[in-house]
Structures are given as structure tokens and as C-alpha cells.
Design a protein around this ligand. Structure first.
Ligand code: ADP
Ligand code: MG
Length: 407
């Protein structure tokens, strides 16, 4: 990687302002906020442990939700400090502010190898506005900067970009954390020249969300497998009836352009050839689901999952792959009746991985689906950055990465 990482730095006694992604899902239980998924906290442990070993004074900055400059108690990071302490097995101090004199005092008390978590940076509107004087205030307590928040790297905010500018300008280093490094490795360098066949699996709700990724991957992939609701927009472009399936009529042109490009470039482009369909009942619930033979979908039903024949076909293609990139579920997997396609493809991806393929999963819902299937640990890499991974796969430079020090 072309950017400095934590491994390259001498951190003995240094105050390291470390941006992490602790935007974890929480629920209120009896008046207190409880973290119901600590994946993002766990994902930072390798970086934190490496820095503790180097005797750094670690100051953690993060955001939670979208408080828009208001101190909303439900969006406080305090519960994260307790959870992190439990996971890492050492105390984590918490400061109710992220800038100002109380932060300076808390940092003064930090011992080498100690951890301090600052309150939600988005309690200040200056964070999202990337306000230069707010960035100066964040940087005031730090000797060096580390960014491990891949999931926030697509945003040019004060704690991701502004502070790196201030610290770089002083001539001090700004480095990638180990999670950031892994994300860039798997979504970037590993896919730059993939082992072939390179099979891309795309699904999810909308073609329009992912058309830039599709366009870019059409230049790299040997095969693209399409599932999820986005398949119906492709079917619409092909003149196939889609019934009440979720479609984007406005995206038919871009879908057609993608089909043309696949044709020109000799990319195998597969859409489902059977479907699970259901009627939408009066209460908004799906009813009387069944497998619909063949490709056309009758007018009274909509497609909610790929069918068993498609799952088998896709699995066969996946079995022959050397590199697999998967973004977007094959159906409405949140409903167990419509999860078989997604779980079937997940099994095929894990099987291929066992046989030596590299498998990379991007997209928040895809990761959720894999974890629901209990297969999260059987792929090569699962990205922690939903929006950020999509933007990176589109080929965009991420501002939070660009602002780090070159090696
Ligand atoms: P990711 O987060 O992995 O990038 P997306 O956000 O693009 O994935 O899409 C996930 C959503 O797509 C899920 O909530 C799922 O229910 C929905 N979806 C998948 N297939 C269909 C379908 N056939 N009809 C409606 N929604 C679908
Ligand atoms: Mg999503």
C-alpha cells in the first residue's frame, strides 16, 4: 500500500488521535442504550493492540448516528467505552467532549498504552462541515494521527480529513490503521489484477445504486451474476415481463447500456431464469409464495428471491471461480421464506473459498445476510464499510485515505 500504516510508526509515548468507526447499532432497554452488534468495535482491536504494544497514548474519535450538532443522549458513545474495555481487557477512559479543556485534561492523565474515547464528534455541526478551526481543536491534543475508520473514509469531515491536514502541515505523520489497510488491500489491490475466472455477484434493491460499480466491473469481470430486485430492471430492459416486482423504469436505459457493454466485452452476464414470487396482501405482507418456472413473471405477483434452478446455476459458476466479489443479496433475505437464494449463493461462495478461491464481500446487507447464514467466518474478507466500499469499488478515491501520509 502506498500509505503509511501503524506498523511504520514509532509511537512510544506519542499521543495518537485515532479515528475509528464505532457507528454501532444500539437499542434502548429500560432507559439505557445497549449495543446489539459489536462487530465494528471488534474490527478495531488489531490496530488498538498494535498501538498499545508500541506504548502509544490512544485517543479515540468517532461518530454515532446523525445528531446534527445536538447532544442527543441516545447517540452518546459512552456505552462503546464500556464495551471496548470489556473486549480489549483494559480500562477505557471516556470524555464527555471531543474538543476543549476537558479533553486536554483527560489526555494529560493518559498513560503509555492507555485508551481514551472522546464523545461523538457529530455533536458539533463543525464535524460534518469539515470546519478548519474545529479540526485544529481536535488536533490540539495529538502528536500523530491514525485513521482506521474505513466506513467513514468516503466523507470529507473534520475528524477524517481536516485533522489529517492540520497534523500533516505540522510535518507529523498520518497513517492508516490495520483495518483500513486490510480494506484497501482486499477491495483495492487484490481486485486490481484478480486471479481468473473473476466472478462478480451483484444483487440488492436498485440498479441505480450500483450502476457505477457494474460499469467498472464490466471492465474486469469474466462473469457477472445478477440477482435481487435489480435483476427485474435488467429483465425489463430485455423486454421480459416482471409483474409486480420492484423495478426502476428510470434505470432501464442504464441497464440496457450495461447489457450492451457486457456483450461487447464478452463478459458472461447472467440474470435469473426462475424466481420465487409472491402476491402482496392487503396488509402489505407477502402471501402465497411459490416458485415460478421460467423467466417471465405473471402480472399478479412480484419476484422476491431467485429460484432454485438459478441458485444451482449460479452455484456452478461460483464453483469455477478463482476470485469472487459479492455485493447485494439475491432476495428479500430478511424474510426467512425468501432467504434461500441468498443463503444458497453464500454456501457456494464458502465452498469455493474452501477450494482455494478468494472471496470478498462488500455491502452492509450482504454482510448481514452472510452472518445470518452463520457463514461470516468462511469467506476471505468481509468489508466493514457499506457506503465506503461501494464508492471505493466504483473507483473513487476516498478523501479519508487520500489525506494520509504517503510511504
Ligand atoms: P448491500 O447493503 O449489500 O449493498 P443493498 O442495500 O443494495 O445491499 O440491498 C439490500 C436490500 O435489497 C435488502 O434489504 C433486500 O430486502 C432488498 N432486496 C433484495 N431482493 C429484493 C427483491 N426481489 N425485491 C425487493 N427487495 C429486494
Ligand atoms: Mg444496504
Amino acid at each position: 500500500m502506498a500509505k503509511l500504516t501503524v506498523h511504520d510508526m514509532d509511537l512510544q509515548g506519542k499521543r495518537v488521535l485515532t479515528r475509528v468507526d464505532y457507528n454501532v447499532p444500539m437499542d434502548e432497554q429500560d432507559g439505557t442504550m445497549v449495543i446489539n452488534d459489536d462487530t465494528r468495535i471488534r474490527a478495531t482491536l488489531p490496530t488498538l493492540k498494535a498501538m498499545i504494544k508500541k506504548s502509544a497514548k490512544i485517543i479515540l474519535a468517532a461518530h454515532l448516528g446523525r445528531p446534527k450538532g445536538v447532544r442527543k443522549p441516545s447517540m452518546s458513545l459512552r456505552p462503546v467505552a464500556d464495551k471496548l474495555a470489556e473486549l480489549i481487557g483494559q480500562p477505557v477512559a471516556f470524555c464527555e467532549h471531543c474538543v476543549g479543556s476537558s479533553v486536554a485534561e483527560a489526555v494529560d492523565k493518559l498513560e503509555d498504552g492507555g485508551l481514551l474515547l472522546l464523545e461523538n464528534v457529530r455533536y458539533h455541526t463543525e464535524e460534518v462541515a469539515n470546519d478548519p478551526s474545529f479540526a485544529e481543536q481536535l488536533a490540539a491534543v495529538a502528536d500523530v494521527y491514525v485513521n482506521d475508520a474505513f466506513g467513514a473514509a468516503h466523507r470529507a469531515h473534520a475528524s477524517t480529513v481536516g485533522v489529517a491536514k492540520v497534523i500533516s502541515k505540522r510535518g507529523d505523520p498520518c497513517a492508516a490503521g490495520l483495518l483500513m489497510e486490510r480494506e484497501l488491500q482486499f477491495l483495492g489491490s487484490e481486485l486490481a489484477d484478480p486471479d481468473r475466472p473473476f466472478v462478480v455477484i451483484l444483487g440488492g434493491a436498485k440498479v441505480s445504486d450500483k450502476i457505477k460499480v457494474i460499469d467498472r466491473l464490466l471492465e474486469k469481470a469474466d462473469t457477472i451474476l445478477i440477482g435481487g430486485a435489480m435483476a427485474y430492471t435488467f429483465m425489463l430492459a430485455m423486454g421480459v415481463t416482471v409483474g409486480k416486482s420492484l423495478v426502476e423504469p428510470d434505470a432501464v436505459d442504464v441497464a440496457q447500456a450495461a447489457l450492451d457493454k457486457a456483450n461487447e466485452r464478452n463478459v458472461q452476464f447472467l440474470i435469473p431464469n426462475d424466481h420465487v414470487v409472491a402476491t402482496l396482501g392487503a396488509t402489505g405482507q407477502f402471501e402465497s409464495h411459490r416458485v415460478n418456472d421460467g423467466n417471465t413473471i405473471p402480472n399478479d405477483v412480484g419476484g422476491v428471491d431467485i429460484g432454485p434452478e438459478t441458485t444451482a446455476n449460479f452455484s456452478e459458476v461460483i464453483a469455477g471461480a478463482k476470485t469472487i466479489l459479492w455485493n447485494g443479496p439475491m432476495g428479500i433475505f430478511e424474510d426467512a421464506r425468501f432467504a434461500e437464494g441468498t443463503f444458497g449463493v453464500a454456501k457456494a461462495v464458502c465452498e469455493a473459498t474452501r477450494n482455494g478461491a478468494m472471496s470478498i464481500i462488500g455491502g452492509g446487507d450482504s454482510v448481514k445476510a452472510l452472518n445470518m447464514a452463520g457463514l461470516g467466518d468462511q469467506v476471505t474478507f468481509m468489508s466493514t464499510g457499506g457506503g465506503a466500499s461501494l464508492e471505493f469499488l466504483e473507483g473513487n478515491e476516498l478523501p479519508g485515505v487520500v489525506s494520509l501520509t504517503d510511504k
